[in-house]
Write a protein that binds this ligand. Sequence first.
Ligand code: FPP
Length: 256
Amino acid sequence: MNDVMLDKMTGGDKTAITRPEHVAIIMDGNGRWATQRGLPRSVGHKAGVEALRRTIRAACESGVGYLTVFGFSSENWKRPDEEVSQLMSLLRRFIRRDLAELHRQNVRIKVVGGRDGLEPNILALLSEAEELTGQNSGLNFVVAFNYGGRDEIARAAARMARAVAAGELTPGEVNEDVVAGFLDTAGIPDPDLVIRTSGEQRLSNFLTWQCAYSEMLFLDVYWPDFSDSHFQAALEAYGRRDRRFGGLEPVSAVQG
Ligand code: FPP
């Protein structure tokens, strides 16, 4: 069971709500946020980085174990070259500027997604972030970068096929746990809660395998406006959900 109990004081009444162990976020709406203000889309992405910083702090403070964010999808290469290069620069700047502070906050960084096609300087920064913070014991911050759920499953299938060809695995041994162990997210619990901002209501190839039983929360707020109070409200909304995982009894319910 991924949930841990969070005691919450409300109006003098002590109510324990279940807290998600793993929150995953599709940070959508940077472009529309900027366009609404007559600004270039790049300004929206920069504001999106600020929202990301706030959210990492909120996740650290709330005691969530894992925060995964969709930073760049394997389909985002279809955007104009200028926007792709702005997003790459933002990631570079984010790691260069924030890595020391994240390390100080005991955050452990992990990057999931394909590494092929990424520039050497980005690859080096991603490795540096993972190596520097690899022994930290606070928030696990997972960045899905150059990530697509189907691509991840296809790469895992190729690795499994190689393991079978090498005699390290037999087809009869392949089960859900084995497949999960070949994914980029091996060792990371499935998301309990997926939040998507901007009002769009779809998964867009995000953690396709892992979200089979995740609770979904779609918020009508553009990502740059996502605040600590949205994050807290999302945790509370999660605490009110009944999760049955295909059974009849809720396995993670509000405890009075
Ligand atoms: C969706 O908004 C957002 C993205 C494609 C990228 C998210 C990136 C960031 C928040 C900043 C950088 C990330 C990291 C990990 C440092 P959109 O552009 O699709 O907005 P729209 O749907 O309104 O056009």
